[in-house]
Ligand binder design. Structure first.
Ligand SMILES: Nc1nc2c(ncn2[C@@H]2O[C@H](COP(=O)(O)OP(=O)(O)OP(=O)(O)O)[C@@H](O)[C@H]2O)c(=O)[nH]1
Ligand SMILES: [Mg+2]
Length: 323
């Protein structure tokens, strides 16, 4: 894992390497840009410069953008971001887990505030992965298709329940010829977003294969899954409801949360990524609490014991407000 919000990744050279220290993350494939016109030879690398990125804040009574930027402030509800449909949700709750809320109030979130969570976005070519990320991170939409070559990534910084939290959104190539490069970046994901085109049933059928490939590099019990139908603006309501039935079936089979979005209109895009951030943040804090719950400063360590739990728990101090 690279350092917080300062990384640059170089991909596709004989040995990919990660350089820490640049201001904004940027991915270079050889000397080529990661997005090129379909079937065109790669173009020279353009620097992805720009102003400091705004930090999206939510989960606090009044959300605000902390780092200034030309982008207008993102106003977010103080509540836990809702899922799209109850039957398509990973968790049907109205708020963060009480242990998480309590830990945030008591500043007991350990290293979560310094961590960057990796999210990978996979799916068939041209389903709209890049447009989805760009709509959320840059609020832009490009109607011209430029295939992603290898991988690219964007960072988005959040503040959840007063704790800073960053997502690294990895945009991977759907084209078969770049799959090999892209799959080397699947490892270490905390969330996997599988995108399919709501107007192309084959892309939904391929979702399971994309997931299987992504899970080869990740621990299935430790990863959050999202199935996202894209290009909703192109479906009629009748077409959409037919497709949604199939998509919900697949989502339930693979235990993913289902969303439908349009990067053209922006429908559900922000809500979806807030949900990804909230669920990922919550999973991180719960994991941190579990870790710190099993090892407390002051615990007595048993020596010469076969017991797997070397830490005697008698001296554990109870948290004040956690259930
Ligand atoms: N109408 C409409 N078009 C979209 C939407 N999202 C993406 N597109 C178009 O679909 C095409 C492909 O979008 P990309 O985001 O580049 O697709 P991709 O999945 O990143 O493709 P690869 O990088 O090759 O894997 C582009 O022409 C986009 O303009 C959408 O929500 N609505
Ligand atoms: Mg792309």
């Amino acid at each position: 894992m690279v350092g917080p919000s300062q990384s640059r990744v170089v991909v596709g050279s004989p040995r990919p390497r990660v350089i820490v220290g640049a201001i904004r993350p940027r991915v270079i494939v050889g000397s080529a840009r990661t997005r090129a016109p379909r079937d065109a030879t790669p173009r020279p690398q353009l620097a992805a410069g720009g102003s400091p990125r705004p930090r999206v804040v939510f989960g606090t009574p009044r959300a605000r953008v902390i780092v200034g930027s030309p982008r207008p402030g993102v106003i977010v509800s103080s509540s836990w971001p809702a899922c799209l449909k109850k039957e398509a949700a990973l968790h049907v709750r109205k708020d963060f887990h009480p242990r998480v809320t309590c830990a945030c109030q008591e500043h007991r979130t350990g290293t979560v505030g310094f961590k960057i969570s990796k999210v990978i976005v996979v799916g068939d070519l041209s389903v709209g992965k890049t447009c989805l990320i760009n709509r959320f991170c840059k609020d832009t939409f490009d109607k011209n298709y430029k295939a992603t070559i290898g991988v690219d990534f964007e960072m988005e910084r959040f503040e959840v329940l007063g704790v800073p939290f960053s997502l690294q959104l990895w945009d991977t190539a759907g084209q078969e010829r770049f799959k090999c490069i892209a799959s080397t970046y699947y490892r270490g994901a905390q969330a996997i977003i599988i995108v399919f085109n709501l107007n192309d049933v084959a892309s939904l059928e391929h979702s399971k294969q994309w997931l299987a490939d992504a899970l080869k590099e990740n621990d299935p019990s430790n990863v959050l899954l999202f199935l996202v139908g894209s290009k909703k603006d192109l479906s009629t309501p009748a077409q959409y409801s037919l497709m949604e039935k199939d998509a919900l079936k697949v989502a339930q089979e693979i235990k993913a949360e289902y969303w439908s979005v349009s990067s053209l209109t922006g429908e559900n895009v922000r809500e979806f990524f807030f949900r990804v951030a909230a669920l990922t943040f919550e999973a991180n804090v719960l994991a941190e609490l579990e870790k710190s719950g099993s090892r407390h400063i002051g615990d007595v360590v048993r020596i010469n014991s076969d017991d797997k739990n070397l830490y005697l728990t008698a001296s554990k101090k109870k948290a004040t407000c956690c259930p």
